[in-house]
Design a protein around this ligand. Structure first.
Ligand SMILES: Nc1ncnc2c1ncn2[C@@H]1O[C@H](COP(=O)(O)OP(=O)(O)O)[C@@H](O)[C@H]1O
Ligand SMILES: [Mg+2]
Length: 209
């Protein structure tokens, strides 16, 4: 069964200018999905609906077969989905261990080591880490919250090509080894090349290749 489902989703910020028109999509656990689309195509909007940050005008978002409004959007955000952003969004006066411990339902340090930080880096202020290291911390934070679904918005957008490739690899490994449903929106073809399923968002609809 799909862990997450979009059913006939329509969304517009302004009347007469639809961003999403009748989007139907199913997402399974253990897979990495890449949703590709140019800037302004509605990728962030789509993630905000799946993530329970906004409500579609029409249609339903189902988590494990139940409309997310049944449990409530706050409950959905707390228990079902975790977010990863382009700009990491870490708490800047804390260390990686402290950042991850904020959401952790598991050992924060062990997770950071698993994602490639050294024990010393894990206890350094996050602002003294490279972009790639900061994104590893943000991924660890998302994994630590133990939610079945992880949503990533342009997670490699601020990184150089090699580091972006490493981060894409970590996202894919997390989906496969930790059985997560990993949904990444991006305009990067390199990132999409790592995904199990590649989808295109165009003119308000989702297409497969
Ligand atoms: N809060 C908002 N109010 C009005 N229009 C918005 C708002 N947020 C985004 N948009 C518009 O919706 C469209 C899709 O935006 P977005 O989902 O951010 O696209 P993407 O993430 O693919 O770049 C864009 O034309 C954008 O300008
Ligand atoms: Mg965006």
């Amino acid at each position: 069964m799909a862990v997450l489902e979009m059913k006939e989703i329509c969304y517009a910020y302004e009347e007469g200018r639809p961003i999403l028109s009748n989007v139907n999509m199913e997402f399974e656990t253990g897979k990495m999905y890449a949703i590709l689309g140019p800037s302004g195509s509605g990728k962030t909007t789509l993630l905000s609906l799946i993530g329970g940050l906004d409500i579609p005008q029409k249609g339903e978002i189902l988590f494990e077969g139940e409309n997310i409004s049944q449990c409530g959007l706050a409950c959905h955000r707390r228990n079902h989905v975790a977010l990863i952003f382009q700009s990491y969004n870490l708490i800047d006066y804390m260390t990686p261990v402290e950042n991850v411990a904020l959401t952790a339902r598991q050992d924060a340090l062990a997770l950071l080591l698993r994602l490639g930080l050294t024990a010393e880096e894990a206890k350094r202020n996050v602002m003294k880490l490279s972009g790639g290291q900061q994104q590893r911390v943000a991924i660890a934070r998302a994994l630590a919250s133990d939610t079945p679904v992880i949503l990533a918005d342009e997670p490699t957008g601020n990184l150089d090509e090699d580091t972006a490739g490493e981060i894409a690899g970590i996202l894919k490994e997390s989906a496969h080894e930790l059985n997560k449903c990993m949904i990444v929106v991006t305009h990067s073809n390199e990132l999409a090349a790592k995904a199990d399923v590649v989808l295109y968002l165009k003119c308000g609809s989702i297409h497969t290749a």
